[in-house]
Design a protein. Structure first.
Length: 665
């Protein structure tokens, strides 16, 4: 058994590796099989009730192989589902557990996918970090034993992302093989890589078993989240390109698939909680004058919310701050030709709130014990139907009343005391997953009631940036860290899986509020326009020169937005390997490309950097342009730019950057 490569392995019957699933019958006995396997081919992918999963048009075929594993005694049926997507070199996988018997079954572990293969020196690539340092890159060898990472924080987390990849030792950004597995899920997950004594390698990815148990009553079924497995013979960039296209075309809400994203202003780092209507109107006037298209009012507009200690749950506008209400501010903003956006944090409740006074039982808690606060707030119990109903009604009506076309949906703490007195004892271990299902129900209801509204997810920055949330919200606030140099690492790592069009990226003030560093405005602009460009600083106190520079950045962004948001993104130099970062975008016809090179330090008299580009048409002649006009119409063939490279101009300061445009003849 141990020698074998299993498709979906289980323990206790001679296979001693980390199992893909584990389950017991109502008497507490394991179910060891044997399983009778029946294949079935369908022309459509079966739905995953309550879970986001890859989208297909109604007219589209999504041929799916189902492997039914039937166990005779217990009535257990496990169905493994495989939907190949050749356009992305991908396979979608999920698993359904059904109880067709008369006794309850208890599920302890239900991975979305498991992959056994011989160990051949492969390495692991995954994303790790923390608040304000999300999705840094980690590449490691696979030693004998079990390695695992994941989240038990209730959300996919700042610490790890639900993704891992296998690489051959020689795989780089542009060549070599890579195999990725990513989960469409926003809650606790585990990723496991086990190399056993026989040098067999097993990868598992799915809901974290540590915080999971599920009772399957007779007639019930349980569906795992969907995993997206992708193969690239073209290195890590090739893997990213396939995931980027997959996420844009199969995950994001269809309405936003092709929609250009607006340049926004957000008042958070400009004012924090301390603002008044007149001041916001002044900021809006300046924003409009700079060319900004969307004005976002962040935290602090409701209840008595003058700090993070109160009012979550009391979603009525604070008239002392905003005498004209949201409508008054909104019409001022709209009269300046901009859209109006609003911050909300629906999943939370402050102890200091009207809602908590009325409904103290609505938060996740263990009866008789005080639930621990995080950022002074408690988490609403989304397993309760009445709580979900309240949220859906509250936020659909806010969106009906306020003239907003954008919502920033925040979530600022991890889950703790994860219990719901509304559920019976045997279902308490289900609360983590039920919370996620509840969240998806609420997100589905609110976003589909307002399909015109652009939602941006946020979780203390990028704490829940995953395909589950992106299914409802086509962009995400990548990190609370807005420092340009920190952002290079964060955005580089994030781009391994997620396309730039989902990454919110803002120019902020210097010294930077998170790390205290000062970087040039040009570099802050270049880092931010590498994602969805925004500005988050006191724009009313800028100098004339700074305003002019920002206007130029925004003009440039608008002019090249199609390329930046929908072009093929390629990483060239990694900030994890030195002081330089470079990346580029190429359009579908390979006629236009944009390159940005960043260097954290300036050194005296260094030889000029020659940067090898990628993704160009080798035969085409490209004209190089840069803002400093240093190239004066120099022309190079694509193969020269990709093999010999392009000589870059010098950076003129620490944290400098250079932006170059290539135009094919
Ligand atoms: C955390 C977010 O990441 C910030 O951008 C900001 O919206 C604050 N929450 C507001 O409380």
């Amino acid at each position: 058994m141990e020698e074998q490569l299993c498709e979906y392995g289980f323990a206790g019957y001679g296979d001693f590796r980390q199992p893909a699933f584990s389950l017991r019958d109502g008497k507490g006995f394991p179910i060891p099989g044997p399983f009778t396997i029946t294949p079935e081919l369908r022309t459509e992918k079966p739905p995953l009730p309550g879970l986001p999963s890859a989208r297909f048009a109604e007219s589209e075929r999504a041929e799916t192989l189902l492997l039914h594993m039937q166990e005779a005694h217990s009535g257990l049926r496990i169905t493994l589902r495989y939907t190949p997507l050749p356009d992305y070199d991908a396979v979608l996988r999920s698993v359904c557990f059904e109880n067709l018997g008369n006794e309850p079954l208890i599920l302890y572990r239900a991975m979305s996918c498991s992959l056994d293969l011989p160990y051949d020196g492969q390495q692991l690539l995954y994303l790790h970090g923390s608040w304000a340092r999300e999705r840094h890159l980690c590449r490691s060898s696979i030693n004998p034993g079990l390695f695992s990472f994941g989240s038990t924080r209730g959300i996919s987390s700042h610490q790890f992302n639900p993704f891992l990849a296998l690489l051959t030792p020689h795989t780089g950004e542009h060549s070599g093989e890579a195999w990725g597995a990513a989960l469409i899920y926003s809650g606790n997950f585990a990723a496991e890589a086990e190399r056993n004594h026989d040098d067999n390698l097993r990868l598992n990815l799915g809901i974290h078993p540590e915080t999971f148990q599920w009772t399957l009553a007779p007639g019930e079924r349980f569906d795992t989240p969907e995993a997206v497995l992708v193969y690239s013979p073209e290195g890590i960039n090739g893997l990213s390109d396939r995931y980027h296209r997959f996420i844009r075309e199969r995950i994001l809400p269809p309405r936003f698939r092709e929609a250009e994203r607006p340049v926004l202003f957000n008042n958070w780092e400009a004012t924090y909680f301390d603002f008044r209507e007149e001041q916001l109107k002044d900021l809006a006037d300046t924003a409009a004058d700079l060319g900004i298209e969307l004005f976002v009012l962040d935290d602090g507009w409701f209840g008595e919310r003058n700090s993070d200690t109160t009012s979550l749950g009391d979603w009525a506008v604070n008239r002392r701050k905003l005498p004209g209400g949201l409508a008054g501010l909104g019409s001022h903003i709209r009269n300046r030709g901009m859209e109006f956006g609003l911050w909300v944090e629906p999943e939370m409740i402050s102890r200091e709130s009207e809602l908590f006074r009325r409904r103290p039982e609505w938060c996740l808690h263990i009866p008789g014990r005080r639930p621990p606060e995080g950022r002074n707030q408690l988490v609403l119990d989304l397993t309760r139907q009445e709580v979900r109903k309240h949220l859906i009604e509250t936020f659909t009506s806010i969106l009906e009343a306020a003239p907003v076309t954008y919502v920033k949906w925040d979530m600022n703490r991890y889950l703790a005391s994860v219990a719901s007195p509304a559920l019976p004892p045997e279902r308490q271990e289900e609360v983590y997953h039920r919370y996620v299902l509840g969240l998806y129900e609420v997100m589905e209801a609110i976003t589909s009631a307002h399909p015109e509204v652009l939602f941006e997810g946020c979780s203390g920055g990028g704490g829940r940036l995953d395909m589950g949330v992106l299914y409802y919200m086509p962009q995400y606030w990548t990190s609370d860290n807005t420092d340009a140099l920190s952002r290079l690492k964060i955005q580089y790592g994030t781009s391994i899986l997620y396309p730039p069009i989902v990454m919110g990226a803002h120019v902020s003030a210097v010294p930077n509020h998170q790390v205290g560093r000062s970087t040039p405005l040009s570099t802050r602009g270049n880092a931010a326009l590498s994602g969805n460009l925004g500005y988050e600083l006191d724009i009313s106190s800028l100098s004339v020169e700074e305003c002019e520079e920002i206007r130029r950045q925004i003009d440039f962004y608008k002019k090249h937005r199609q390329l930046l948001q929908f072009g093929r993104f390629l990483r060239l130099l990694s900030p994890f390997e030195g002081v330089e970062t470079a990346w580029m975008w190429v359009d579908g016809e390979q006629r236009e490309a944009l390159i940005i090179w960043f260097s954290a330090y300036r050194e005296a008299n260094l030889p000029r950097r020659r940067l090898r580009l990628a993704g160009l048409d080798p035969q085409r002649l490209y004209t190089v342009q840069d803002s400093g006009r240093r190239y004066r119409g120099d022309r190079y063939r694509g193969d020269e730019l990709m093999n010999r490279g392009l000589l870059l101009p010098e950076v003129e300061q620490d944290a400098g950057s250079v932006r170059l445009l290539l135009q094919a003849e």
